[in-house]
Design a protein around this ligand. Sequence first.
Ligand code: BTN
Length: 243
Amino acid sequence: MRTIKISAIGSTNDYLKELIKNTEVEDGTIVHTKHQTHGKGQRGAHWFFEIGKSLAFSVFMKFSSWPVQDQFYINFAVSMGVKIGLESMGIPKVAIKWPNDILSDGKKVCGILVENQFQSMHISSSVIGIGVNVNNTSFTRFPHASSLLLNTGIRYNPEEVMHAISQSVVKQLKKLDTSTKEALKQEYESYLFRKDEVVVFEDTLDRKFQGIIEGVTEQGLLCVRKKDRSLQHFQLKEIKLLY
Ligand code: BTN
């Protein structure tokens, strides 16, 4: 896969999105930086980066005509690819916290930001941003975060981590054309953090409630069985898992 290396950049996702507007970019192209200064997280958050310790890269993937209504399958595949890639490196207890936070031993070690490009009712391509806490040692402001080094005692080469993850992500994305949607969704659900356990959530009004994560809908909403046995579907901004 072609890799574009940039010494410092605001956001690898933004750089790649600009590049595809103006040039023909090969499928599978990776943009990697050693210093990401304005990394973007989910829901407009800033993504934390430490030089020499954090990994930030984006992968460009083209689709011939992926239906907009199936867009969450791209996220399923990317999350599974990252999970399997980290496991192949021996990272312990890797799970996907819905929708696409990657945890090891219950702490977030990797974040994913997928930005799709549309053509009428189809997705023509995706810019898949992946941030990994590789050799970071302190997360004072982020009690739910950790790094590969803290969880294994091993110092990793960030570029080797990038290769393991990107190859695995591309492999999973290729499955979108060969596997059934049901099989992909089931595999994704089987990797979900705290699935089938009684857990506590907080809603938008800070009210806590108990529920059991049963899976996701085809649109990527979380399916939670509540105490009264009703099954409810939630969007990301409607619910927070307390753990
Ligand atoms: C999250 O909030 O969990 C998503 C974090 C995604 C961060 C990565 S780092 C590489 C790419 N470039 C960005 O600006 N964001 C993503």
